[in-house]
Design a protein around this ligand. Sequence first.
Ligand code: RB5
Length: 146
Amino acid sequence: MLYIASDHGGFDLKKLLKECLREREVECIDLGVDSRDSVDYPDLAAALAHEVQNDKDNQGILICGTGIGMSIAANKFSGIRAALVHDEFTARMAREHNNANVLVLGGRVLNPRLACKIVQIWLDSAYEGGRHQNRLDKINALEHAE
Ligand code: RB5
């Protein structure tokens, strides 16, 4: 299942991305927020990260103003590989090389049409495995680093 969540800074883009997903018949579960009222983005990042941790087939999209806070917060959770993406190339790389299970976008940074394209590319791309798996294994090992 695909989950989506934002803070107030990402609320408008979330609304628009849900329309893009609906047009493409991609189902998603919206974990909030439901208005532009100010909230703390780590709360939304945590809610989505827990869902992605629950099932290896789950993935998520997080949006805040810049995408920076959401990516910092989401990457605190074990097993989460959250990638802050700004263009089509990094959307593809985030999946092919990094197997990102969370896509992070900046609602105050991205043109909405580009954001839709980024989501589509990330959803359609496939993890290449191979030499990249060794690197992801090393990232997993860093979760226990002091
Ligand atoms: C909220 O004003 C803003 O700080 C947040 O959306 C995000 O950009 C944080 O990184």
